[in-house]
Design a protein around this ligand. Structure first.
Ligand SMILES: Cc1cc2nc3c(=O)[nH]c(=O)nc-3n(C[C@H](O)[C@H](O)[C@H](O)COP(=O)(O)OP(=O)(O)OC[C@H]3O[C@@H](n4cnc5c(N)ncnc54)[C@H](O)[C@@H]3O)c2cc1C
Length: 454
């Protein structure tokens, strides 16, 4: 076997788990992380409490590696992002030692001496990883395999309803954020308290922001919250509630539902932002494609999912689904348009392989644009990939994970519907019924945008 390492891009939860799995298999990983410490993406949402418990957030091979250093896995409870980083990810990176290099950004990966078009040697030549170091220098590293676990955190979806930034979105950057606000921080609290805040998005991050902002509105009653949804109805956005097999995830949806029912949040469904206008007093007006307007907006929190950055893989032969930008065999298992349970089947090397030998996307990045990624899914992915790279096909193809069901049925089908169709059931029906839509007349009017703003 070649002495070249398997390069892992990213020292997040899944990249570090991949390294631990490879070490256990007798393979040499080299984790390249562009930031200066492990868990850099998670550290940016330090304040968010996870809905997974500790045992679901620790990779089994990492657990064994750390146990040898005297580390003890926190046995219960739900950590915050900050606790996940400081109590697990950073000790794990330390235990992996020189196998993790910080300040090393991967800017490209290719087959040595040949671009994507050349057929010859793709299964014999090593990979060349192009690295930009923190001091500005560049480096080439030869690798025997590649696990890209670089996540999607750096590429949040925009406010624009068609997936492109709305007109005026970039110019309004001082009033638009793409992260769950940290309302425990005095500065951020002051930014949102007493303001009209629009939250755009329908995933768990949006629910987290809504719950936090509703609590802020209890303390600062002038705070107004509008929840903008591109889909035509709230539908199953609150998740599976008590039917969710991750109780904290279900509880989050129920809390958000309660905040809406209590009137602290105004729901604006079917609003696909096309234009962001800045008014003379500095506030924003959001204009939808249909000409509806949300006025006097002080702050916008856009939580519209993430996209993978595939530019660094442009010289490799990947087979990605045209909708989700996820590996083609994985996409049907996670596509929110067709997958009616919101629940993902465990999968491994078979679904994650590409025409390019020895190259895999893992972790959050493997999901492309699909939602509901769980760390435990990523841990099973890299267990299977490491087994395959070590030649243990039988173990690679064995599924060693039972994933918790979300308890949501019905797939998508809501995008252009004012009310959800009856759920086609595979799981228990979602108890979180669609809430009545509250449209404040002064918030949303059917007035067409002025020609000047077009
Ligand atoms: C707010 C929030 C809450 C979540 N809660 C849960 C939960 O409760 N339970 C759960 O199971 N999952 C949860 N998730 C989902 C998921 O588990 C996490 O997002 C997890 O961090 C994904 O791990 P990852 O290793 O795939 O990617 P990331 O954590 O994003 O790590 C990627 C790493 O790659 C580095 N990187 C990126 N590009 C490059 C490059 N070109 N070169 C070198 N390094 C690079 C980044 O700096 C980063 O360190 C949550 C996600 C979010 C955003």
């Amino acid at each position: 076997m070649s002495a070249l390492p398997v390069v892992v891009i990213g020292a997040g939860p899944v990249g570090l788990a991949a390294a631990a799995q490879l070490v256990e298999r007798g393979l040499e990983p080299l984790v390249l992380e562009r930031e200066s410490a492990a868990g850099a993406a998670v550290a940016q949402w330090n304040h968010v409490r996870l809905f997974s418990r500790w045992p679901e957030l620790v990779d089994p091979a990492a657990d064994r590696l750390l146990a040898a250093t005297g580390w003890q896995r926190p046995s219960s409870g739900y950590p915050t992002g900050q606790e996940w980083v400081s109590e697990y990810l950073r000790p794990l990176a330390a235990a992996l030692g020189e196998r993790v290099r910080f300040g090393a950004e991967v800017v490209g990966v290719a087959r040595r001496g040949r671009d994507r078009v050349v057929d010859a040697g793709r299964d014999t030549e090593p990979l060349t990883v192009h690295v930009r170091c923190q001091d500005g220098s560049e480096e080439l590293i030869s690798a025997n395999g590649l696990i890209d676990a670089s996540g999607t955190w750096g590429n949040p979806g925009p406010l624009g309803g068609d997936g492109l930034p709305a007109l005026g979105e970039a110019a309004a950057a001082d009033r638009i954020g793409y992260r769950v606000p940290n309302l425990g921080d005095d500065g951020e609290r002051a930014r949102y308290a007493g303001r009209h805040v629009v939250v755009a998005g329908s995933g768990h991050s949006a629910l987290t922001a809504l719950v936090a902002l509703a609590a802020l509105a209890d303390d600062a009653p002038e705070t107004r919250i509008s929840w903008v949804l591109r889909r035509g109805a709230v539908g199953n956005a609150f998740g599976g509630g008590k039917a969710d097999q991750l109780p904290a995830r279900g509880a989050l949806g129920l809390k958000a539902q309660e905040a809406v029912r209590s009137g602290r949040i105004t729901v604006v469904p079917g609003f696909r932002t096309e234009i962001v206008e800045r008014d003379h007093d500095g506030t924003l007006t959001l204009v939808s494609g249909e000409g509806n307007r949300i006025r006097q907006v002080d702050e916008v929190v856009v939580l519209a999912g993430f996209r993978p950055d595939l530019s660094l893989l442009s010289e490799l032969r990947l087979e990605l689904d045209s909708t989700l930008q996820a590996p083609v065999a994985l996409a049907p298992l996670i596509d929110p348009n067709v997958h009616s349970c919101g629940t993902v089947y465990p999968h491994g090397v078979t679904e994650l392989s590409h025409p390019e030998p020895g190259v895999f996307l893992a972790g959050m990045k493997s999901y492309g644009r699909a939602p509901t990624f769980l760390a435990m899914t990523g841990y099973e992915q890299v267990r299977s990939i490491a087994a395959a790279l070590a030649g243990d096909r039988e173990s690679a193809e064995r599924v060693e994970l039972t994933l918790p069901e979300t308890g949501v049925c019905g797939g998508a089908g809501l995008f252009d519907e004012a009310e959800p169709e009856s759920a086609g059931g595979c799981c228990a029906p979602a108890p979180a019924a669609a809430v009545a839509v509250a449209r404040e007349p002064e918030l949303v009017s059917l007035q067409a945008p002025s020609s000047a703003s077009r």
